[in-house]
Ligand binder design. Sequence first.
Ligand code: ZN
Length: 224
Amino acid sequence: MLDFLVVTAHPDDESAIAGFLLSAKKQGYKTGIICLTKGESGGFATKEERVLEFEEATALLGFDWVRILDFPDAGIEVSSSAVETLIPLFRETEAKTIITLHPEDYHPDHRAVAALVDRAIFVAGLKKHSTDDTTWHPAQVLSISLDARRATRRADIVYDISDVQEEWRAFLKCYPSQKIAQFVEIRARYYGLLGGYPLAEGFFLNQPLRLDGPGTLIHKAKRN
Ligand SMILES: [Zn+2]
């Protein structure tokens, strides 16, 4: 059973929460990722090169469970067959929390993944739809945004990644073809500003955040 399952469109989308994932692994949580495409339409690298970069990056992040699918890059569509592809994977992981792309993100594939995940979560929870009488529903669904051009909302949660900065900087070198390092660093500084941290990552809520106890609301006091 996974604590966190990340569902993305392209190899490198997980850069939005690489620090969070490193931090989660350090704390003993189980993580997994489904990337729907092999990123062949980006124009900076071949499909094979992008898969190799993804394999290196996901190994560095220490995922317990990794799947890269072969949906068409820049052509993901919200369809029943795509939903049916995701459901058995979701059920296999029994993920407690799903982290996926923002429903208003700039890239149409990101918006399609957000809609697909939403549908697949709903259908996976229906007993009548199940072939083995089991159902699954995550406790939390969180969104991440790769770009603020359309998703202009302020992040609802900022997560301090300063403690994993060294490993995070190693991750930034994993996608040389996409040249992500500078952009990801600027974004981490921006989210850091929102929370008063040197570097942070942002999450968005599309439904209420569930808290099981007051401990999750207690943080280090800030000294300004
Ligand atoms: Zn993407």
